[in-house]
Design a binder for this molecule. Sequence first.
Ligand SMILES: [Zn+2]
Ligand SMILES: [Zn+2]
Length: 241
Amino acid sequence: MIKLIADLHTHTVASTHAYSTITENCRFANEHGIKLIAMTDHAMTMPDAPHCWHFHNLKILPRKIENVTVLKGAEANIIDYDGNIDLDGETLGYLEWVVGSYHKYTCKPSTVEEHTRGYLNIAKSPIIDVIGHPTTAMFEYDMEKCVKAFKEYEKIVEINESSILYKRGSRQNALELMKLCKKYEVYISIDSDAHFHELVGIAPNAIEMAESISFPSKLIINSDYDMLREFIKRKKPQLDI
Ligand SMILES: [Zn+2]
Ligand SMILES: [Zn+2]
């Protein structure tokens, strides 16, 4: 039975279509065995995003809230197929964790070739830690080619519970993506993408899917705290986690 100990993609009230504070998220996480969450509100080109000062001031938050370690991050929007995102250098300087995602509001869907080129470029970006919900039907791409690149550049591939639940085609795509990550031994993260505290760390559909294909837990980066911490510390040795 897969048990999650971290959630690397969560939202707070700073994204206006999310409804809980960081304290509420952490309190719920703590009560449910989640030891670490990444706080990843939408970067600025999303219509519901906070002002950039939200990100610039993350430094005032303690490392632990309600006994849960908090990584101060953002969900960046990938804005083209050349590997660009909507976070400037100054803002990035304040961030410890970046999920990079395609959203139709901030990048116009194009062809399979262009989407593939986009993901291959994002794979190479040293800024991105997690490839956010790469299962969206309208951004179809050559999964096999990109999964190999995600492995080469040590990106975590996200299996996103909210997408499985609410985005057309994502369930089938997530299963295909998981099979490829298993084949090529690529780390995945099963994330909630919670927009309400009672969803933090909760991902029964993604977990059931992983179990149905006997996905190895040694490749689920957020199923073991020591494995996750080691991964993060190797990439970000300056972080005090
Ligand atoms: Zn997203
Ligand atoms: Zn999100």
